[in-house]
Design a protein around this ligand. Structure first.
Ligand SMILES: Nc1ncnc2c1ncn2[C@@H]1O[C@H](COP(=O)(O)OP(=O)(O)OP(=O)(O)O)[C@@H](O)[C@H]1O
Ligand SMILES: [Mg+2]
Length: 286
């Protein structure tokens, strides 16, 4: 991670994600009420918050799967001013570019049921990147190997476990060679015993330097792997900070209440520090 990165100009190459004043409503419901978020290259940001707080909407707005009502979305050097419907056409190229550079991994995998694992991973390189079939399939095999599924290349999704499906979905995301991967609760549809295999793939991706925004309530993953935790509630970022601080000593009462529900080792209110936290991956690496 580039620790000298300053939140600054939209589109700076050392901040692949730079969002300012993001607003989104669905009818009368104001879901995002002015969210600012900068993510540095190689940074892993975990987004947590109660159900309905706007987490999914935020990451869908990041790659413009959802059209924000106002604000600026600058991703990998492409900047889009939202809300100006008259300029929608001019923005189409930027939106396409942003979608190419970001990949999304969904809670429900969203694999094509009629394609094998190999076919699912090769589909993007074939149809979007226009790679020759042999190259696309070679890439898909390498990526399936990377997520530990080399032996499942010929299987259809219906014959894969949830954890295997999610690992295929991660390989499929990587096949687009994104600069940023956005994860929306990638383990929450899985039985608990399948969480670890998916989190391990994500841990390795983070170790390899991928820029990642991960909506998750996996506290241990946030503690061990993330550089920063962002806590959302009611459509705003209420608090953010390094995981060891946020997860052990959240400042906002709503963050404290939320963490009591998802984390089992949060000290009681007013309790002293529970002792040295685990080192982060950066500290372990240094
Ligand atoms: N397409 C939509 N149309 C109407 N309302 C929507 C739509 N998408 C989301 N909402 C509403 O916006 C609010 C925020 O939804 P969002 O999915 O972003 O929350 P979330 O923080 O991801 O919640 P969860 O933890 O349950 O996934 C919710 O009240 C939801 O019902
Ligand atoms: Mg959600």
């Amino acid at each position: 991670m580039n620790t000298t990165d300053q939140p600054g100009t939209p589109g700076r190459t050392d901040s692949p994600i730079h969002i300012r004043g993001l607003q989104k409503r669905f009818g009368a419901l104001e879901v995002l009420k002015g969210v600012d978020l900068t993510v540095a290259r190689g940074e892993v940001v975990v987004v947590m918050g109660p159900s309905g707080s706007g987490k999914t909407t935020l990451i869908r707005c990041m790659n413009l799967l959802e059209e924000p009502d106002a604000g600026t979305v600058a991703v990998c050097g492409c900047s889009v001013e939202c809300g100006d419907r008259a300029r929608r056409r001019e923005r189409a190229r930027q939106v396409r570019e942003i979608r190419h550079r970001t990949a999304m991994v969904f809670q429900q995998f969203n694999l094509f049921p009629h394609l094998t694992a190999l076919g699912n991973v090769a589909e993007g390189p074939l149809s979007v990147r226009r790679m020759p079939r042999a190259d696309a399939e070679a890439l898909a095999r390498r990526l399936l190997d990377r997520v530990g599924l080399a032996d499942k290349a010929a299987e259809y999704p219906a014959r894969l476990s949830g954890g295997q499906k999610q690992r295929v979905a991660i390989a499929r995301a990587l096949a687009m060679e994104p600069e940023v991967v956005l994860f929306d609760e990638p383990t929450s549809a899985l039985d608990p015993e399948l969480h670890a295999e998916v989190l391990q793939v994500m841990r390795e991706l983070a170790r390899d330097g991928m820029t990642m925004v991960v909506v998750t309530h996996e506290v241990e993953f946030a503690r061990e792997v993330s550089d920063r935790v962002v806590f959302m509630d009611g459509g705003v970022v209420l608090e953010e900070g390094p995981p060891r601080e946020f997860l052990s000593r959240p400042a906002h009462p709503r963050a404290q209440a939320f963490l009591r529900l998802v984390a089992h080792d949060l000290p009681e209110e007013g309790a002293d520090d529970e002792g040295p936290d685990k080192p982060t991956r950066w500290e372990r690496a240094s």
